[in-house]
Design a protein around this ligand. Sequence first.
Ligand code: UTP
Length: 296
Amino acid sequence: MIKRKRITKAVFPVAGLGTRFLPATKVIPKEMLPVVDRPLIQYAMEEAREAGITDFIFVTNNTNRPLLERYFGDNESLNATLSRGGKIAELKLVSETVVDPRNLHFCIQEQPLGLGHAVWCAYEFVAGEPFAVILPDDLIQAKPGCLTQMLDVWCERGGNVVAVEDVPRDRTNRYGILDVVSDDGRIASARGLVEKPAPKDAPSTLSIIGRYILDEAVFDHLNKSMAGAGGEIQLTDAISATIGTGKGQVPFHGLRFDGTRFDCGSMTGFVEANVALALASSEYKEYLRERLKRHL
Ligand code: UTP
């Protein structure tokens, strides 16, 4: 087996407008919305840390950057108040959010020009090596974490690795879909990707979700898309252009990860995540059971 370098950098694109969560996102960035007991960004961060990521690159805007810095920074006055009040458990929760500022990096995406553009904004921090991309609005319940599972596949096969899910054929027009060459039921190899194909044109029903391990070759194609930029710059198109065996091309694998993904970018997925995570805690289970009994 080829010995690969570790992947230590993850990009978190969080510069979108989150219009589906208005009015909350008028003042609270989507990644700060809590699911049960912690904000979406915290789940993403925990998954990244578990996978061995040490450098965290946020693509954000000027308004939200200070909030992220505060969330991952140390808050001495809060620590002192909690200590004085003997709130040890709370102190621990707060300390778990802190990241060494030397490992936090911020890039500003002036306008939300699409996910491809957001990743392109992180170029200076990840150039020259493979890196991970995590969309915090996809909350994934998995053990080991989804990114850890993907890194195992990447260590074996290299190239680009993305997390995938089967979707009903009538919904392919909402996702990036794989053009599959071979599929063993867990890992699918693809020769290309199609962004939001109509159900009749979709080459498969395997859709990409918000976890990627990308080869730096993707930047060559993002650069080209930037040159001809008009509308949104799609990440899937740039990744698709890197797939192959030619110069500057790499293999592409989709992993059906073991776990459950909640699309917290949509209100339905957000509510589902809250219910599922609340049910996983004995604290809320009884209440939910009673409540459901009354409604059914
Ligand atoms: P979405 O496609 O969910 O877009 O982005 P959005 O703007 O956040 O939400 P809606 O559709 O208006 O409700 C998926 C992820 O990509 C980031 C978002 O912040 C989110 O984490 N993103 C999207 C960017 O960072 N920049 C962009 O230009 C677009």
